[in-house]
Design a protein around this ligand. Structure first.
Ligand SMILES: C[S@@+](CC[C@H](N)C(=O)[O-])C[C@H]1O[C@@H](n2cnc3c(N)ncnc32)[C@H](O)[C@@H]1O
Length: 257
């Protein structure tokens, strides 16, 4: 008997295998170059890729998923296309209508540091590229575990500070210090960067979050990997310092006990 259903590729537990190939990474990085000029294309592609990846960890149809820091709702759209009941929580009303999009009907304004949800109330707590924007990363991670039901999944992914894109639009000058990079950007552009070090963007490391994972007794690790990179690069997350630079975006997938 094979481990997947030959008709649909679906495994007996309802998950669907996902292949993180080099070609997929190249496609994502190529799309990233269009982030500014064609955000619909880039975020749509990323959201579909992410949903495919998420489906390899948990069945999605009919599940209740909260997207923490969901912004304009690209991920919510892609999740709903898979039959998910999706709710977005974001602290910034302006971000919810970014790129001329209508605010998501199921979005609430609230903080990732104090999620407006009951403990154990969602099947999947999902967050993409938000952790580096909050001043207390451990508190956000704790909140994500809190609202997830026993047996449910936490999908937490964020950009590492020491990665080439760690400073966002102030990169690569963040390697000389976040404040320096922000000041330099301000001088050059006559305005502060949107991702402003110490105000709306912080130095998020792999080390800190992995230590947090090890310290939690109510979760099992399902996967820890560089989100955008091929599977064969997975071992990099175990190499101190190098992982902070090369992983780029760290994905942590946990199952709540
Ligand atoms: C870089 S955007 C990511 C949007 C989307 N998740 C994605 O991956 O494209 C960061 C988002 O996090 C939100 N955010 C920042 N701090 C937050 C907080 N404390 N609570 C909830 N959302 C927050 C911002 O408003 C913004 O929508």
């Amino acid at each position: 008997m094979t481990s997947t259903d030959s008709g649909t590729g679906t495994r007996p537990d309802g998950t669907v295998p996902f292949r993180a190939t080099l070609g997929r990474s190249v496609g994502l990085f190529a799309a990233f170059r269009k982030e500014q000029t064609d955000p619909e294309f880039f975020y749509g592609k990323l959201a579909h890729d992410t949903v495919d990846q998420l489906r390899s960890y948990t069945p999605l149809d009919g599940r209740l998923v909260v997207d923490v820091g969901g912004g304009p709702g690209y991920f919510a759209d892609a999740l709903r296309a898979e039959g998910v009941r999706c709710l977005c929580v974001d602290s910034d009303a302006h971000e919810m209508t970014l790129h001329g999009r209508d605010a998501d009907a199921n979005a609430v304004q609230g903080s990732a540091l104090d999620l407006p949800l009951r403990s154990g109330s969602v099947d999947v707590c999902f967050s993409s590229n938000v952790l580096e924007h909050v001043p207390d990363r451990i508190r956000m991670a704790d909140e994500m575990v809190r609202v997830t039901r026993p047996g449910g999944l936490v999908y937490l992914s964020y950009t590492l500070w020491l990665s080439p894109w760690g400073g966002h639009e102030t990169s690569p000058w963040h390697y000389l210090g976040g404040s320096y990079a922000a000041e330099r950007f301000t001088r050059k552009n006559g305005r502060r960067p949107k991702n402003d070090f110490g105000r709306s963007m912080y130095a998020a490391y792999a080390k800190e979050t992995l230590r947090w994972v090890r310290g939690r007794e109510d979760v099992d690790v399902v996967d820890i990997r560089p989100r955008y990179l091929p599977t064969w690069m997975k071992p990099i997350v175990h190499v101190p310092l190098l992982r902070e630079i090369i992983t780029w975006n760290l994905l942590i997938v946990l199952r709540k006990r």
